[in-house]
Design a protein around this ligand. Structure first.
Ligand code: S3P
Length: 449
């Protein structure tokens, strides 16, 4: 993993307008699931547009260790899967690096298997709570052979007879929902997940595509009851991964805040469980045209043409949080350049991401002369129309903190430095190259910014 190397600072400076076209990398959530479901299905799955970030490569290595064959042929990834219940005992620890989705979903995927699998990760992943997935796995009968206050390293061993459960997910988390549904695939009978607030639905949609018997009922309050029948015959699929709307958030905000910019972002996933940032930026007055809407790989996609805009502060409704949970750091940057207050309530889940993102964002804003108020579960940013900059931001092994503050530096009065850009490779390996092509000033040497 690249983070065995020393931290690598980078600075962003305002070099004027951003112009051109950018194709963001494949969606991270769908890429993880493509690797996993391909490994679990019988026969061959092909994947084009896969995100080749470190998080996904770690999931790919874990799937290989569990017995799947995974090769890249030209631009297409080929996965020869093992069939439901066919995973083999791993001979080494499964190392997920920085990836919460990778480790939490795989615990569901293999936790019920009749062998011991051991899960490890980097310092950021090791600090993250895993009790949220261990609790339902314990209810299924999975033995947690090793854990450290419900954190990694964790070793799991499946029970003789795994039991189907009916589980209400206590926090808005697609990872917890998915972990249980994946475990349910190898449990005889019906496993039921109740989701009070809808989160991204990639697991449900993709499993159905692979041939699982999965149904969703939504009541008048929007509570979803998802039922999966165990032991389906999953068959390999031809998959196309759309562009990641979370990664699209960076050029989107950059083009809005850098005067004179006009950028087209191609091939962006428009699944409504992922479009909260877009909706919010349009409410703030962002000039964003949604063009060329089409369907690809069973998902709506579109191109976004974004032009520099004067933004105004807004209140983001808390119920929108799940559809933009990874985008709050970059929204906070947009809010810093807006006129007026932007209120972001109901974002306690930010405290358990790759870093404590609420705290990391607040410290980064303060370091660059932006006033904000950090509450236990909210953030308020006081926008003044411009940002002084000149600060150094601690990124805490968090790719989205690094990218968000580099975007800030593209429009601030003075350059913004991030203490470490290595983690950007987990989700957006072409970030520096792509933004440089649009005209951004990104320097590996903080003095040269
Ligand atoms: C993801 C779910 C979200 C999100 C993460 C990807 C997924 O996490 O933050 O980046 O692919 O299921 P939570 O389930 O913890 O909200």
């Amino acid at each position: 993993m690249s983070h065995a190397l020393p931290p690598r600072p980078r600075a962003a400076s305002n070099r004027g307008a951003l112009n051109g076209t950018i194709k963001v990398p494949g969606d991270k959530s769908i890429s993880h699931r493509s690797m996993m479901f391909g490994a679990m299905a019988r026969g061959r799955t092909t994947v084009s547009g896969l995100l080749e970030g470190e998080d996904i490569l770690a999931t790919g290595r874990a799937m290989r260790e569990l017995g799947a064959r995974i090769e890249k042929n030209g631009d297409v990834w080929e996965i020869d899967g093992l069939g439901v219940g066919g995973f083999l005992a791993p001979q080494t620890d499964l190392d997920f690096g920085n990836a919460g989705t990778g480790v939490r979903l795989t615990m569901g995927l293999v936790g019920t298997s009749p062998f011991i699998s051991r899960f490890v990760g980097d310092a950021s992943l090791t600090a993250r709570p895993m009790g949220r997935v261990l609790d339902p796995l314990r209810a299924i009968g999975v033995e947690v052979v090793e854990h450290h206050d419900n954190k990694l390293p964790i070793a799991l061993k499946g029970p003789k007879t795994p039991l189907p459960i009916r589980y209400r997910v206590p926090m808005a988390s697609a990872q917890v929902k998915s972990c249980i549904l994946l475990a349910g695939l190898v449990i005889p009978g019906e496993t039921v997940v109740i989701e009070p607030v809808m989160t991204r639905d990639h697991t449900e949609k993709m499993l159905e595509g692979f041939g699982a018997d999965i149904s969703v009922a939504t009541d008048a309050e929007g509570v979803r009851t998802i039922t999966v029948k165990g032991l389906p015959d999953l068959k390999g699929q031809e998959l196309t991964v759309p562009g990641d709307p979370s990664s699209a958030g960076f050029p989107l905000v950059a083009a809005l805040i850098v005067p004179g910019s006009d950028v087209t972002i191609e091939n962006v996933l428009m699944n409504p469980t992922r479009t909260g940032l877009l909706e919010t930026l349009i409410e703030m007055g962002g000039d964003i045209a949604i063009e060329n809407r089409r369907v690809s790989g069973g998902e709506d996609i579109a191109d976004l043409r974004v032009r520099h805009s004067s933004l105004k502060g807004v209140r983001v409704p808390p119920e929108r949080a799940p559809s933009m949970i990874d985008e709050y750091p970059v929204l906070a940057v947009a809010a810093s350049f807006a006129e007026g207050r932007t209120e972001m309530p109901g974002i306690e889940e930010l405290r358990v991401k790759e870093s404590d993102r609420l705290a990391a964002v607040a410290r980064g804003l303060e370091a660059n002369g932006v006033s904000c108020e950090e509450g236990e579960d909210y953030l308020v940013v006081e926008g003044k129309g411009h940002v002084p900059g000149g600060g150094t931001v601690k990124t805490h092994l968090d790719h989205r903190i690094a990218m968000s503050f580099l975007v800030m530096g593209m429009a601030s009065d003075r350059p913004v430095t991030v203490d470490d850009d290595r983690m950007i490779a987990t989700s957006f390996p072409s970030f520096i190259k792509d933004f440089s092509r649009l005209g951004a000033g990104l320097s590996a040497n903080e003095d040269a910014a």
